[in-house]
Ligand binder design. Structure first.
Ligand SMILES: C[S@@+](CC[C@H](N)C(=O)[O-])C[C@H]1O[C@@H](n2cnc3c(N)ncnc32)[C@H](O)[C@@H]1O
Length: 259
């Protein structure tokens, strides 16, 4: 099952440096020297793809995403790469891939116990699956979403379904799923202590990603009431530092499995 709703590429790319860094950290841990077929699964606006191309200059780099808005931006910015509009949950490689790379995308898909083994099956022998996903679902930026929805009594069925379908398993679960199916496996977590600038920076960060289901499932007047209260509580939890920045710690889970 997937959660398919529209994305706003400009909003998402507002914190491009912070969002790109984990993708590069993931890429740096990939052991493959040579690759011919590289897939960026959930490629979004395509901004990680030039780094994949720099690492494997001979490879065909294919971006898969199910957001027409993201793909439109990606095709415009990076015409030299190939793109396909596809639901990652159902995607099958036309020819086996050397690398399936996925940055900040697979937490939008459910059923990881089926999804991850299926992705491994899309690889050539010796190929790599490399995944980064947020692991901050217990952070205040997320728990406050539910708390404000509770307190303002804004829940509806569609919203409950949408929010409940986003998430990840524990690191140990991924180990148990992948270890029997891989020759080498590297799993780690990192917390980035992100210093954000600008007005309501944590809100603006979350608005482009985790808040999308709330935006999509509430009436405008409800969403506006939600925002006022959510922003107020965020500013208590994430205060401005003396230099004007707001610290937004963000934990991420990384997986590199080679078959
Ligand atoms: C947070 S963005 C990350 C984009 C890109 N990987 C990056 O690092 O900049 C998440 C992307 O996953 C895509 N996505 C979410 N669910 C998907 C699905 N079921 N199939 C394909 N793409 C999906 C979204 O459309 C979005 O472009």
């Amino acid at each position: 099952m997937t959660n398919s709703t529209s994305w706003n590429p400009s909003l998402y790319l507002q914190f491009e440096d912070h969002r790109l860094r984990p993708a590069l950290d993931l890429l740096n841990r990939l052991p493959l020297q040579h690759a011919e077929a590289v897939c960026d699964l959930g490629c979004g606006a395509g901004n990680v793809m030039p780094f994949l191309a720099r690492r494997w200059p001979q490879a065909r780099i294919l971006g898969i995403d199910n957001s027409a808005e993201m793909l439109q931006r990606a095709r415009r910015e990076y015409p030299r790469f190939d793109f396909q509009e596809h639901d990652a949950a159902e995607w099958r490689a036309q020819t086996p891939a050397d690398v399936i790379f996925s940055n900040a995308a697979l937490h939008w898909l459910t059923d990881h116990r089926q999804l991850f083994p299926r992705l491994l099956k899309q690889l050539k022998p010796g190929g790599c699956l490399a995944v980064q996903m947020p692991a901050n679902f217990n952070a205040a930026s997320h728990t406050l979403i539910r708390a404000v929805l509770d307190d303002l009594r804004l829940w509806n069925e569609e919203l409950r379904r949408a929010l409940n379908s986003v998430g990840i398993l524990d690191a140990a679960d991924y180990y148990d799923i992948l270890a029997p199916r891989t020759g080498s496996l590297d799993i780690w977590q990192t917390e980035y202590v992100q210093a954000l600038d600008g007005e309501d920076p944590v809100f603006n960060w979350v608005r482009a990603s985790a808040l999308r289901p709330v935006f999509n499932c509430l009436a405008p007047v409800q969403f506006s009431a939600f925002i006022d209260e959510y922003k107020r509580r965020l500013s208590d939890v994430y205060p401005r530092r003396d230099d004007g920045s707001v610290l937004f710690p963000f934990k991420r889970l990384f997986i590199v499995g080679r078959i």
